[in-house]
Design a protein around this ligand. Structure first.
Ligand SMILES: Nc1nc2c(c(=O)[nH]1)N[C@H]1C(S)=C(S)[C@@H](COP(=O)(O)O)O[C@H]1N2
Ligand SMILES: [Mo]
Length: 373
């Protein structure tokens, strides 16, 4: 008899020079990125936000969906959506990035969802804070981890599972961690976790569990697949490494000029070119962005613009940067590099890890400045 653990094989590293496979393309077509021109919006329109779903989008219903809070609590709770909506309502603007962003640019390439740089987006998430609910349920003093379970189910490297991720108790009790039921003022769409998801501002995407239906308080560190096996920064499977958590600083360039259909290389006209883009970091606010137009030989400071005021807090949202470039005809490689208040910045040569996680290599944008014909 065939067992479920024979359904999918171990992860693989691409051979030198091996192109993107049909399997990677299949993942990339389901899980799209942010079209980079959408970096122009402070808040990403919902359909332009990147998407990542490990298994299938589950068949959930806002009418019948419930959230159970149990495990090491005095009083287990079961809440439906109407009850959650009657609780205090807050909105946070949060930049979310997949931990695997940039993976396809690594050498050797970990074979998985082949992101280049586009696995990012910023939304206004509305919901109710998690911490008061955990306190109401009566979190035990010896609680260690809080486990979040989604309604989606699949198999990954031979392990059949519901999508589950835990947070250490102090993180779960952070006041800005939300149980969100709206994205940009509308009910969550099916692909973004309808009707309820977790939002953990500042952490990579894998922590923001979609289709959330159970929260279980544990007296130990959760050792399930998505915490203990996947989402670790390590050199090989035998090395436990460190768990992926806070977002590393990154800046992206909003592509200037106009693209070539196939290569997406950019052409633009000579003169003063306002270069702009976004920068973010989960660890600490972005303090500076530098720009290079000569492939990294010289860097110049960009101006940071305060984010436009929206509803709710903006600490967790990307900022816009701007640099006016006096462009003469020729070929150029443009990059922007973010530094945050913790002193973290982006590498020009990326340290490698097995899963391709939490990398934040400086982006390279090839442009040619051409005269009008
Ligand atoms: N239940 C569930 N939650 C999930 C996932 C998933 O596959 N299942 N993917 C995670 C990952 S890896 C990312 S990057 C974000 C993506 O959120 P989005 O699709 O709304 O952009 O959701 C996270 N939450
Ligand atoms: Mo992700």
């Amino acid at each position: 008899m065939t067992r479920v653990n024979e359904v999918s094989g171990p992860p693989r590293l691409a051979e030198p020079g091996e192109g993107i496979s049909a399997e990677e393309l299949q993942l990339a077509a389901r899980n799209h990125g942010l079209p980079l021109e959408a970096l122009r919006y402070d808040v990403t329109p919902v359909g332009l936000h990147y998407l990542l779903t490990h298994y299938d989008i589950p068949d959930t219903s806002p009418e019948t969906h419930t959230l159970t809070i149990d495990g090491l609590v005095d009083q287990p709770l079961i809440l439906d959506l109407a009850e959650l909506k009657r609780r205090p309502r807050v909105t946070h603007r949060v930049t979310m990035e997949c931990a695997g962003n940039g993976r396809a640019l690594l050498e050797p390439r970990p074979v998985s969802q082949p992101w280049l740089v586009e696995a990012v987006g910023t939304s206004e998430w509305t919901g109710t804070p998690l911490a008061p609910l955990l306190r109401e349920a009566g979190l035990a003093a010896d609680a260690v981890d809080v486990l979040f379970t989604g309604a989606d189910h699949g198999v990954e490297r031979g392990v059949e599972q519901d999508y589950q991720r835990s947070l250490p108790v102090p993180e779960a009790l952070r006041e800005d961690v939300l149980l969100a039921y709206e994205m940009n003022g509308a009910p969550l769409l099916p692909q973004h976790g309808s009707p309820l998801r977790l939002i953990v501002p500042g952490w990579y995407g894998m922590a923001h569990v979609k289709w959330l239906h159970r929260i279980e308080v544990l007296d130990r560190e959760f050792d399930g697949y998505q915490n203990a096996v996947a989402y670790r920064v390590h050199q090989d499977a035998d090395d436990p490494g460190v768990p992926v958590s806070w977002i590393e600083p990154r800046a992206l360039v909003q592509p200037p000029g106009f693209p070539d259909f196939m290569s997406r290389s950019r052409a633009l006209r000579p003169g003063t070119v306002p270069l702009t883009g976004r920068a973010w970091s989960g660890h600490a606010p972005v303090t500076s962005v530098e720009v290079t137009v000569d492939g990294g030989l010289t860097w110049s400071p960009a101006t940071l613009e305060a984010p436009a005021t929206g509803t709710g807090s903006t600490r967790w949202a990307w900022v816009r940067w701007r640099y006016d470039w006096d462009a003469a005809p020729g070929r150029y490689t443009l990059s922007a590099r973010a530094t945050d208040a913790s002193g973290r910045t982006q590498p020009v040569e990326q340290p490698w890890n097995r899963g391709g996680f939490a990398n934040n290599l400086v982006q390279r944008v090839e442009v040619v400045v051409v005269l009008d014909e």
